[in-house]
Design a protein around this ligand. Structure first.
Ligand code: NAI
Length: 299
């Protein structure tokens, strides 16, 4: 296969690449010439302790003529993943923070451990691994980070307060990394995927799952040198993708002085400040959002 969008000479780290989506990213990066570090601590849905998942993907990449190394550390140990890569390759060009687990329970049942595990594996680990590669990416004036968020985070979901909080946290993490990395050509984006995997096999009907093969590799485009997108969030599923952004209602003034700022005046204007029918505003940066509030105050 001749690849027009090649990754020759690039070093890519994909976490949780032993199964599901991460596996497909790793295989495709390998096919397209990258040296791929296949991280996965094995096990089923977060149990860990096995080398077989990462080894199988590495073997598949090598059998197809590519270059890959396994890494068996939990994403909670950033340096155990990044130090060996730096030692061997001296750089990381691409980081896909993809590893994930579920601890779904409703609000009343969720334990401290259910909360801590999810925040740690999804959010804290993505931060720490990104922080570990960031200085090298900045120094090289090149870096592509893709974080994995979820529609559950963006919109909320029953039984997933921990997962939703971590996934929405990843949106903020991604946007701020993008701002800090922009000058040094370090790009960060987030994807909210939908794909058939161990994680979703019990969630969607089989007719849907058949269409949601994880082989749709849209996030890899965000990792290619020809793509300068940064700070964005995409929903991705089954060959379809859409960038999403924040839209705000036009808003309404409910008080022109401190004395007018009563609960009753909020109640009176509540429908107006929630009105998305006309004059909505699309906001893409903190500056835009701040200027808008300042404008409203000055008026
Ligand atoms: P999966 O369960 O098939 O694959 C996840 C992989 O991560 C597994 O191989 C697992 O061993 C590995 N992993 C888990 N914890 C790890 C740790 N501490 N250290 C290293 N590896 C670890 O799941 P899938 O569906 O491929 O999910 C990938 C990412 O996409 C996750 O972040 C998930 O939250 C996210 N996602 C997936 C959706 C879907 O529709 N499949 C929907 C929304 C988000």
């Amino acid at each position: 296969r001749t690849s027009t969008l090649g990754f020759e000479g690039r070093v890519a780290v994909v976490t949780g690449a032993g199964n599901g989506l991460g596996k497909e990213y790793a295989l495709e990066l390998g096919r397209r010439g990258a040296s791929v570090v296949v991280n996965d601590f094995g096990g089923v849905l977060g149990a860990g302790g096995s080398t077989s998942a990462a080894d199988a993907v590495v073997a598949e990449i090598i059998a197809a003529g590519g270059s890959a190394k396994p890494n068996y550390a939990s994403v909670e140990h950033a340096s155990q993943i990044i130090d060996p890569v730096m030692e061997e390759f001296g750089k990381v060009d691409i980081l896909i923070n993809n590893a994930g687990i579920l601890r779904d329970k409703n609000m009343l049942r969720i334990s401290q451990e259910d909360w801590d595990d999810i925040i740690s594996i999804h959010l804290t680990s993505a931060f720490k691994i990104s922080q570990a590669v960031f200085p090298f990416m900045k120094e090289n004036k090149y870096g592509k980070i893709v974080n994995t968020t979820s529609a559950s985070g963006i919109y909320g979901n029953f039984g997933q307060v921990n997962y939703s909080a971590a996934k929405m946290g990843l949106v903020g993490l991604t946007k701020s990394i993008a701002i800090e990395g922009r000058k040094s050509n370090v790009h960060a984006n987030a994807i909210a995927p939908l794909a058939a995997s161990r994680m979703t096999e019990k969630v969607f009907p089989s007719v849907m799952l058949e269409k949601m093969d994880p082989k749709f590799v849209m996030p890899l485009y965000l990792c290619h040198e020809s793509c300068s997108e940064t700070g964005s969030v995409f929903e991705v599923a089954a060959g379809w993708a859409a960038k999403i952004q924040t839209e705000s209602a036009a808003g309404a003034v409910f008080a022109k002085s401190k004395d007018e700022a009563t609960l009753e005046s909020v109640q009176e204007h509540f429908d107006a400040l929630c009105d998305f029918e006309k004059d909505t505003v699309k906001l893409n940066s903190l500056q835009e959002a701040t200027i808008r509030v300042m404008d409203a105050i000055m008026k």
